[in-house]
Design a protein around this ligand. Structure first.
Ligand SMILES: [Zn+2]
Length: 347
């Protein structure tokens, strides 16, 4: 039997979204990743060409009026959906393919076509709201995939892990009262959209199913890895997700022009390893990675390269165990304090 492979979602049409030469969410981000893949992974990955999302799929999270508004940007060479979210004539197609690519990744992993999958797409999605673009995001790709899993594939427990340096306020809002989608985000709350405090932990039936970890700017690789090692295994052991969606933004890299963090590709390598190992210890939830931010093309492609190496490797390699660090302990303490009363994953 053939070894199960790692899949990627890839499409040159993602490069046709042109927000302008000086805009950080530039096609060169994805071009650098695709070139790296041709160089380093030529035959090792299963490349899947996405279909545009169906209208019904977009309407899982977005209003029909907003979807129509995005479609209308096709009539202009250059227009604007939000102050920091411009659109060119073919932006609508890239946005449709980004959401469609995530659904495609989900289906590929679910059917066993590939062992895991990384949707290498743009524009990113985690800031997009039901009727509004924002923060370079047009459709909320990961939220659409999570709703698709829930409504169409009948997945009862999805865990979203968002390590992009920005708070995924769109995802946070969509699932704030929904225990079937657990949202975990670490981010810098002093950056856009300035939300996501410890005490924003979900409401109603979803109380305790949203974990926000506002990071401090002094975190080093080992702090970040220690923090995730203290939190994620507990969440996964108690919640037992059938599906893990990773909102993989790489703007916490120290070379990033927007994030103000000090991480390197080493941190993302270890976080990926941690998530994969959690998976195999806990009944193998399906795992899909989706690209979010990361605005230094060289650093971004190095990070994606390292994540893909881990995704492709035979399962079971142990994580680097870092133990606690002072900074990680302090943050984890705050998270435990905020979550204790819900008894969802902390007692
Ligand atoms: Zn970001």
């Amino acid at each position: 039997m053939m070894q199960p492979v790692t899949g990627i979602i890839r499409d040159a049409r993602y490069l046709d979204h042109l927000p302008g030469h000086t805009h950080p969410e530039h096609p060169s981000r994805l071009r650098a990743i695709y070139e790296m893949i041709d160089r380093e992974f030529a035959e090792k990955l299963l490349t899947i060409t996405p279909q545009p999302a169906a209208m019904d799929d977009l309407e899982l999270v977005h209003t029909p009026a907003y979807i129509k508004k995005v479609l209308k940007t096709a009539e202009h060479q250059f227009t604007s959906l939000a102050p920091d979210t411009p659109a060119s004539a073919k932006t609508y197609l890239a946005a449709w393919l980004a959401a469609g690519g995530c659904i495609e990744a989900l289906k590929a992993v679910w059917s066993g076509l590939c062992r895991n999958c990384f949707a290498l797409i743009r524009p990113p999605g985690h800031h997009a709201l039901p009727g509004r673009a924002g923060g370079f995001c047009i459709f909320n790709n990961v939220a659409i995939a999570a709703r698709y899993a829930q409504r169409v594939m009948r997945v009862k427990k999805t865990l979203i892990v968002d390590w992009d340096i920005h708070h995924g306020n769109g995802i946070h809002e969509f699932f704030y009262d929904d225990p079937e989608v657990f949202y975990f985000s670490s981010h810098d709350k002093l950056l856009y959209p300035y939300s996501g405090d410890f005490d924003e932990a979900g409401e109603g039936e979803g109380a305790g199913y949203t974990v926000n970890v506002p990071l401090t700017r002094d975190l080093e690789n080992e702090d970040m890895v220690a923090l995730y090692q203290m939190l994620l295994p507990r969440i996964v052991e108690r919640y037992r997700p059938e599906l893990i969606l990773v909102d993989a933004g790489f703007d916490a890299h120290r070379d990033d022009p927007i994030g103000r963090s000090h991480l390197t590709e080493e941190a993302f390598t270890e976080l990926t390893r941690l998530i994969l190992n959690l998976g195999s210890a806990l009944g193998d939830p399906k795992i899909v990675f989706v690209l979010e931010g990361g605005y230094d093309p060289r650093a971004l492609s190095r990070c994606v390269e390292r994540v893909l190496q881990v995704l492709c490797a035979p399962p079971g390699r142990a994580c680097m165990l870092v133990g606690g660090t002072t900074r990680a302990d302090a943050l984890a303490e705050e998270v435990f304090r905020a979550h204790k009363s819900f008894k969802v994953w902390v007692d």
